[in-house]
Design a protein around this ligand. Structure first.
Ligand code: UD1
Ligand code: UDP
Length: 431
């Protein structure tokens, strides 16, 4: 049987794929693990392999940093060779980074099905590189692992065939559940190591290009931190990208009272998150984790592809508006106690997403699905055609089911509805 190929290259991908890899191991599924090397600092890569006790990657591409085109192209060139060398049954990647878009495209170009973990998230903001990456990945994917009902609905609205969408839950819940107790046990020791008391500080993370690459936005956010740091302890494990920009732009003056530290390992970061008064962030994963842990959040963006986190007022969007960041942070701090007592139904899943994903990948690798040119005479699909009025119907658009032996479109509306009904049934088959 051909193997499953898993590709990752950044911090959030290794965190969110850890439970998938673990399940592939447990289920004895043949797989290959490729690390693209988009992230290469110890704190953004290796530390997670060590903490989660993950196996070494089978292949490493070492693409490093660069422009979007450079990074994407380097990953594509490297991955094409690896797909040819290992001929996997299916390739999978998680999220919305350059690693993911490059993997999705290369996989399809090599005619190997691509499965997208965390499919269907949308911020509706095409200025965000992540939105472009995830939309392309979803467009070329054969299999979509939607983490929430909202992401599933987004995919349906974009015309993705329902039978290729699986509602799995988000793998972040798996990893949180697995290490929650460890973080509880060791969390306080870590807090005292860094000289902080429980519930007595604000946590900050910031790395999104729309903030770091826009001096005005970055300045506005840092001004808000300056203001808040007069009153509260602030700890800021800074992504190297952000640290570099702060230095280049001479903005460190706003952070004299803010404690800037290196990016942390997962257990240490979760300890800070679970015990803070509130978190200010532009991270996707941190918004999810904070919601699940009922930590009040102020998101330093004007949109979010995780609207589920805004339920119960747990996550407020402040963008990069200094006054709004300060006001909403003070408000969230005021509500923190009440929020921790909320009875929340977790929309991100039950902690078994990784196992579900691994089982479906296994099914696909056993079936060895090929990406082939469809023969519309034998395999009808729904397409649409601009018709003349031969049918006598007013509408100029009609569904076409297929083509007949004379190469002419067959217009069979009743079969069209039958086909739709079949699709719907297959989507609900697990419920
Ligand atoms: C990338 C993803 C982003 C994701 C984030 C997770 C894209 C387009 N962006 O952003 O969606 O949220 O990862 O953290 O894929 N750098 C280092 N050491 C490293 C890696 C990067 O110093 O190990 C510095 C380099 O100066 C580099 C910059 O950070 O130019 C940006 O790195 P890059 O991988 O391009 O994007 P991220 O900001 O990390
Ligand atoms: N994280 C971490 N150490 C840190 C900051 C974040 O382990 O110092 C984890 C965090 O718990 C979350 C993930 O990194 O699971 C989020 O990654 P990031 O913010 O880089 O990317 P995004 O989720 O925005 O794509």
């Amino acid at each position: 049987m051909k193997p499953v190929m898993i590709v990752a290259g950044t911090r959030p991908e290794i965190i969110k794929l850890a439970s998938v890899i673990e399940s592939l191991e447990k289920l004895n599924i043949d797989y290959l693990f490729i690390w693209t090397g988009q992230h290469y600092d110890y704190e953004l890569s290796r530390i997670f392999f060590e903490q989660f006790k993950l196996p070494e990657p089978d292949e490493v591409l070492q693409v490093g940093s660069g422009t979007h085109a450079e990074q994407t192209a380097k990953i594509m060139l490297g991955l094409e060779k690896l797909i040819k060398k290992h001929s996997p049954a299916i390739v999978t990647a998680e999220g919305d980074t350059n690693t993911v878009v490059a993997t999705a495209l290369t996989s399809l170009k090599c005619l190997v099905p691509f499965a997208h973990v965390e499919a269907g998230l949308r911020s509706w903001n095409m200025v965000m590189p992540e939105e472009v990456n995830r939309k392309i990945a979803d467009t070329v994917a054969t299999v979509h692992f939607a983490p929430t009902k909202l992401s599933l609905i987004n995919l349906l609205f974009e015309g993705i065939c329902p039978k290729n969408i699986y509602l799995t839950g988000n793998t972040i819940v798996d990893i949180l559940c697995k290490y929650k107790n460890l973080v509880k046990e060791k969390g306080e020791a870590f807090l005292s190591e860094v000289g902080l008391d429980k519930n007595n500080y604000i946590l900050v993370t910031l790395h999104r290009a729309e903030n770091t690459d826009n001096p005005q936005r970055l300045g506005n956010i840092l001004k808000a931190l300056k203001y808040l740091s007069q009153q509260y302890n602030i700890i800021f494990p800074a992504h190297p990208r952000t640290k570099n920009r702060i230095m280049e732009l001479g903005l460190a003056k706003y952070l004299q009272k803010v404690r800037i530290i290196k990016p942390l390992g997962y257990f240490e970061f979760l300890s800070l998150l679970a015990n803070c008064k509130t978190v200010l962030t532009d991270s996707g994963g941190v918004q999810e984790e904070a919601f699940i842990l009922k930590v009040p959040t102020v998101t330093l963006r004007y949109n979010t592809e995780r609207p589920e986190t805004t339920m119960y007022g747990l996550n407020k969007l402040a963008g990069a508006d200094t006054e709004l960041i300060v006001r909403l942070t003070l408000q969230q701090i005021g509500y923190a106690e009440k929020m921790r007592t909320l009875d929340i139904k977790n929309p991100f899943g039950d902690g078994h997403a990784g196992e579900r994903i691994a089982r479906i990948l296994k099914e696909f690798s056993e079936k060895e699905i090929a990406i082939e040119e469809p023969d519309l005479r034998e395999t009808p699909v729904v397409t649409y055609a601009l018709l003349d009025d031969r049918t006598g119907i007013d509408s100029i658009f009609e569904p076409i089911i297929g083509f007949n032996e004379d190469g002419e479109p067959c217009i069979q509306a009743k079969d069209y509805w039958k086909l739709l009904a079949k699709v719907r049934r297959s989507y609900y088959r697990d419920e």
